[in-house]
Design a protein around this ligand. Structure first.
Ligand code: FCB
Length: 445
């Protein structure tokens, strides 16, 4: 039996566009994800987040559900285009009101709110003016952060700037597989730099407005060399620099990682770094969130991943239903390694979970034993990291509800709660019952 430290937070994580729906209500205007999802061919089956889990209307029921499962924290994102429909101020009062009600509903049930400012849904109005590759977007983001913190600063305990910025920069602007779907690696590296600068400036702004704990949630997907060829070892290092080193070295060390910097230089893709930028990016944070799902093997390949030049191979491991390799010990190694390299004051697993498709049985029961085992093994790995000295303070399972999974639409289900797409009826899966036991006892049986 493994017991977690007192006060350890057990929660779930969600994101606005993936669950809220109500895309044209309460003054909300389109985000880049509305535009992308409505572009034919981008999302499986032409699905969109127009309705999603209808959480905008059902938030109280969903908070009650978390409470009934004994969960102590909830990580959600604010819809940027709900709060700042035109990209720049003034803030939309109805948008702020929604998050105000949500936060109060959480606090009434003793659930700690953890708010992410940017889970990928930039207002389309900002993209029309250039989006993340445009330096003016940094100011727009800070204005948005101020609007939310001005309203909720006293009641939200954990504030996160960006979720997985590499997805925005490289998938969004480099290879174009995610919103806004741009294919231009120079734009991608500019976007990455502006995301980092926006992070640093938002940290400073949130601090001034009294936000209690401020952090950041990059994604760590460890890439290992597939062979012992030196070029594959280098390719794996570049992959790690692309996905997380590029977003962590500046924040903690005030500089970009070398290998990838040189590659970007060779390809004429360096960002424009102005005097003082690196100091602003390095504003001290209170916690580092890590999103961890999987590991990959890597080979050198100049034709893939732009200037980073690597190709991913599936390691010989079991896989989830979306083909992500399952490697629980990679979570322990990641937490230990990231803690050793960056020494954050505190850490959270801000996302971890699995896509397994287990539909309801005839009697209505949803039994998902593979997810139970996935969670159990990853919780054990997190406990191992704590024993190894990692200052881990909490764990957010991805995700509460089966939801709009970006380019997969509703074809992938990561929820511990099943959602019937026609009726919106929520049904607790056996993994949620398992999670309830862990959360209520703070112990892994
Ligand atoms: C992460 C995203 C999250 C969800 C999970 C499955 O990369 O942050 O929104 O899509 O993957």
């Amino acid at each position: 039996m493994r017991t977690f430290p007192d006060g350890f937070l057990w929660g779930t994580a969600t994101a606005a566009y993936q669950i809220e729906g109500a895309v044209a209500e309460g003054g909300r205007k389109p985000s880049v994800w509305d535009t992308f999802a409505h572009t034919p061919g981008r999302i499986e089956n032409g699905y969109t987040g127009d309705v999603a889990c209808d959480h905008y209307h059902r938030y109280d029921e969903d908070v009650e559900l978390m409470s009934s499962l004994g969960l102590g924290a909830y990580r959600f994102s604010a819809g940027w285009s709900r709060v700042m429909p035109d990209g720049v101020g003034p803030a939309n009062p109805a948008g702020l009101d929604f998050y105000d009600r949500l936060v109060d509903a959480l606090l009434e049930r003793g659930i700690v709110p953890a708010l992410t400012l940017n889970h990928w849904d930039m207002p389309q109005a900002l993209q029309d003016r250039g989006g993340w590759p445009d330096r003016a977007t940094v100011d727009a983001f800070v204005e948005y952060a101020r609007a939310l913190a001005g309203r909720l600063g006293d009641r939200v305990r954990l504030w996160t700037t960006h979720n997985e910025p590499w997805v925005i920069a490289y998938n969004g602007y480099g290879e174009g597989s995610m919103a806004p779907g741009v294919r231009d690696w120079k734009a991608a590296s500019r976007a990455a730099h502006h995301l980092l600068l926006a992070h640093g400036r938002a940290v400073t702004a949130l601090r001034a407005l009294g936000a209690p704990e401020i952090g950041y949630s990059p994604c760590v997907i460890p890439h290992r060399p597939a062979t012992d060829r030196p070029e594959d070892a280098l390719a794996a290092r570049r992959a790690n620099e692309l996905i997380y080193g590029w977003f962590l070295d500046p924040v903690f060390h005030g500089r970009y990682p070398r290998l990838l910097w040189d590659r970007f230089a060779e390809h004429g893709c360096l960002p424009d770094v102005e005097d003082g930028d690196m100091d602003e990016i390095r504003a001290p944070i209170d916690f580092l969130g890590v999103n961890y799902y999987m590991v990959f093997d890597t080979v050198d390949d100049p034709d893939e991943n732009g200037p980073a030049g690597f190709r991913e191979l599936l390691p010989p491991l079991p896989r989830t239903d979306c083909d992500w390799p399952v490697h629980p010990d990679g979570l322990r190694e990641t937490l230990v390694e990231i803690n050793r390299e960056y020494r954050p004051k505190a850490m959270y697993v801000t996302e971890n979970g699995a896509s397994y498709d287990d539909p309801p049985r005839a009697n209505g029961v949803v039994d998902d034993p593979r997810r139970v085992e996935f969670l159990r093994s990853h919780f054990a790995a997190a406990h191992g990291a704590i024993e190894a000295g990692v200052p881990l303070r909490g764990y957010f399972v991805w995700t509460l509800l089966d939801n709009f999974e970006w380019i997969w639409g509703y074809n992938r289900t990561f929820g511990i709660v099943h959602v019937d797409r026609d009726t919106q009826r929520r049904t607790v899966k056996s993994s949620a019952r398992f999670y309830e036991r862990v959360a209520r006892t703070n112990t892994l049986p």
